[in-house]
Design a binder for this molecule. Structure first.
Ligand SMILES: [Fe+2]
Ligand SMILES: [Fe+2]
Length: 555
């Protein structure tokens, strides 16, 4: 080996500064290797014995060890085995150096964990190539290891993202299902009060807000204003004190421009506008902070306002979406309920017209059907019937005697007792009435009440002689209301009974002519004042042929 041949073969500035430990008992070899390796950009530590080498390796943790096989006291094998068996030093690559004749030794070195082998005599160039290859291998391994770690981190992060996204997705699916269920409920009911109450409860429950209020046009009293109609989390006097004029700047500010999507609005966004300050202030004062307009046919039909979240957290985009969808549901529900109410009003007018025809034939019962309907609705409300069922009962009550249009006038107006044949004709009115409405879609809901309002729980009624549970609650209610009105109404030949006398009669016949549970409710409601006796205030005009009438309760 000559010093001339020890010029650098790799630019040291491009390589990381690595440390190599040279262990050799030959000082000249150590010097030469130190010069060559240092010139090529490596740090070099040296040791002359195996023990020194071990100590240095443990202390400095070099990047590579060049280890001579033949060392005093501790052989290269022993040093190699010792380093490879220790957790702290096992990763350090070892190049064993030995004489060419020692083939067996070379194999043994590899068996003791040496990573490579150099045969003496070797040129510095050969050594540097070997060293460089070892470091390239190490660098590749390190690079792979770094990439692997980066990949692992990325996978872990993706997994976390995925978990977060899954959670968000699950929440969105849940919200959507809830909304669908709610929309179904809202559209299934055609009663406006019930619908709006359900909506407000859902808003509070779904968004977990401390207050919510729906402002709606007061069509009957003042159609130019929006007023609180349903609310939760507010005191009645607080809610009733807030209202918005259609001409006001606040309503104008909430209306979306043409083509613009309806979006919930934070009141803070409007606050700086002096024109709307008073209205915004009234909402803020009761803790309402976000409003969502409900627009129908380009007119503001309602405003849904909500307070803060109970958790104190900010509203998420998902919350605002939900508020918007709930407002849209409210919009559809309000429209459906109003259309239905218009339709209902028109049906009721038609029915009233039909009923007036009966009452024209039997003028001493003027207003009878209206009163029976009112008593029946009163009883049904006391019994906690749902709005749709109450409407059905009201409809049936209006129509209960419609079959009398087919009863001969002379029979209806006959003074004195009826013959058997005439009585048979009168008893036909429930059957004839039921036949009249059958197949007429909007009247058909009353068919059960019409046919069975003269049935008795003891089975002695007509036309079908039904008993107890065979008679519907609706028919039992109209049966009691019908009899009560007949008892308390003045007739040409007698005054109507007092309320107490009528109650006594109902109570006496409870369980035979009348359903006891309905009589109980009616009596309680009369005593508490939730049902009041309605007197016939119309002047009585007797038919020419009439002199007296059977005093038996209604026929
Ligand atoms: Fe009747
Ligand atoms: Fe009647």
């Amino acid at each position: 080996m000559s010093l001339d041949s020890l010029r650098p073969i790799v630019d040291p500035t491009t390589r990381a500064k690595r440390t190599i430990l040279v262990v050799d008992d030959d000082r000249r070899v150590i010097d030469l290797l130190q010069i060559s390796l240092t010139q090529n950009g490596y740090n070099v530590n040296t040791a002359l014995t195996g023990e020194e080498g071990l100590e240095s390796a443990r202390r400095e943790s070099p990047d590579l060890i060049i280890l001579d096989l033949r060392l005093p006291k501790k052989t290269g094998f022993e040093v190699c085995a010792s380093l490879k068996s220790s957790k702290e030093t096992s990763h350090i690559p070892i190049v064993m150096v030995s004489a060419s004749a020692e083939v067996d030794a070379r194999l043994q070195g590899l068996m003791h964990g040496a990573d490579d082998y150099l045969t003496k005599p070797f040129s510095p160039k050969e050594l540097l190539i070997k060293v460089r290859r070892i470091f390239e291998r190490i660098e590749k391994t390190e690079l792979l290891s770094t990439k692997n770690k980066e990949l692992e981190t990325e996978v872990a992060k993706n997994r976390e993202d995925l978990l977060v996204r899954n959670k968000e997705l699950r929440f969105q699916v849940y919200s959507l299902e809830t909304l669908m269920e709610l929309t179904h409920q809202l559209n299934a009911s055609l009663d406006l009060d019930y619908t709006l109450n359900t909506l407000i409860l859902s808003v509070v429950g779904q968004l977990r807000v401390n207050a919510a209020c729906l402002f709606l046009t007061n069509q009957r009293e003042d159609p130019t204003r929006l007023e609180a109609c349903t609310f939760k989390g507010l005191k009645e006097e607080q809610a009733r004190a807030i209202g918005f004029s259609y001409d006001g700047a606040f309503v104008r500010a909430l209306l979306p421009l043409e083509g613009e999507e309806i979006q919930p609005l934070r009141l803070g966004q409007l606050e700086h506008d002096l024109d709307v300050e008073a209205e915004v202030g009234s909402l803020f004062a009761v803790g309402l902070t976000i409003v969502c307009p409900v627009v129908m046919k380009r007119r503001l039909a309602a405003i849904l306002a909500v307070g803060e979240k109970v958790s104190g957290q900010e509203f998420t985009a998902n919350d605002l979406d939900m508020l918007r969808v709930l407002s849209e549901s409210a919009c559809m529900a309000i429209e459906n309920a109003r259309l239905y109410k218009d339709l209902q009003d028109s049906y009721v007018s038609t029915v009233r017209l039909l009923v007036s025809r009966i009452e024209e034939k039997d003028p001493y019962t003027h207003g009878h059907t209206e009163r029976v309907a009112e008593y029946s609705v009163g009883i049904a409300k006391e019994m906690g019937f749902i709005p749709e069922e109450i409407q059905r009962i009201q409809f049936g009550a209006f129509l209960h005697d419609i079959g009398k249009v087919h009863t001969e006038d002379h029979v209806l107006h006959k003074p004195g007792a009826l013959s058997e044949e005439e009585w048979r004709m009168v008893k036909m009115h429930p059957v004839r009435g039921a036949e009249m409405v059958k197949g007429v879609r909007f009247l058909e809901r009353g068919v059960d009440v019409i046919r069975h309002h003269h049935e008795r729980v003891d089975g002695k009624g007509y036309p079908d002689g039904l008993k107890d549970d065979q008679i519907s609650l609706a028919a039992k209610i109209v049966n009691v209301a019908d009899a009560f009105d007949a008892m308390t109404t003045d007739r040409p030949y007698r005054s109507g009974l007092t309320t107490e006398q009528a109650v006594a009669q109902l109570t006496e016949k409870a369980g035979s002519q009348f359903a006891a549970e309905i009589v109980d409710v009616m009596v309680q409601a009369l005593r508490s004042g939730s049902i009041n006796v309605i007197k016939n205030t119309m002047p009585y005009v007797p038919p020419a042929s009439m002199s007296r009438e059977d005093s038996a309760p209604k026929r």
